[in-house]
Design a protein. Structure first.
Length: 191
């Protein structure tokens, strides 16, 4: 029976949230390294000046005048600390960009079937007769099955995932593949 499973709403939202979160964390590292660490160092150095002069009341007046808190910063950030912020920010932002790119490439994906074939999320038409097996190791626990097939002498596989794709039509496509494989196995056994 024909069915069509589009990318599920929850999967789209989850992956987009992860991408945005990673990009935001990466930006925070950059902001720390560019703005907050140098400002904290400026406060540290000024505090040290007033402390050497034993003029803490002058420090409090100076700090308040600049809109700073009057306590000493918890540490002086060395160049390696600032560079570390940029490195961490770069790595996290890069991962966020990769997740976002993946999310964008998956938006139009559809898993569908008709009377004769399954169409993989990448758009490959796989006739039911070309399907050679189902990997069911994660089907019961996670709703993930690997469909193995052979087309034009080449082996391939695609994944059926009832979380990534709309669950009901995905399960319907899975059931159709499973039924056809069982029917073929019964025919092959009697031959």
């Amino acid at each position: 029976m024909p069915a069509e499973a589009r990318i599920s709403s929850i999967w789209k939202k989850q992956k987009l949230f992860i991408a945005i979160l990673l990009l935001a964390v990466g930006a925070w590292f950059f902001i720390d390294g560019y703005h907050f660490y140098p400002k904290s160092n400026e406060r540290w150095l000024k505090y040290e000046e007033f402390d050497k002069e034993k003029n803490m009341s002058g420090w409090r007046d100076y700090a308040r005048g600049r809109g700073w808190v009057t306590e000493k910063p918890h540490k002086f950030h060395k160049r390696a600390d600032i560079v570390g912020q940029y490195v961490c920010g770069g790595v996290v932002a890069l991962i966020g960009a990769i997740v976002l790119s993946y999310w964008l490439t998956q938006q139009g994906r559809v898993l569908r079937s008709d009377e004769e074939a399954v169409y993989t999320p990448a758009g490959t038409r796989v006739p039911f007769d070309a399907i050679t097996g189902l990997g069911l190791k994660q089907w019961d626990s996670k709703g993930i099955a690997r469909v193995r097939y052979q087309l034009g002498g080449k082996q391939g596989q695609f994944v059926i995932d009832d979380y990534k794709f709309e669950p009901d039509p995905t399960r319907q496509i899975f059931a159709e593949i499973e039924a056809r494989l069982k029917a073929r196995a019964g025919t092959d056994a009697s031959a």
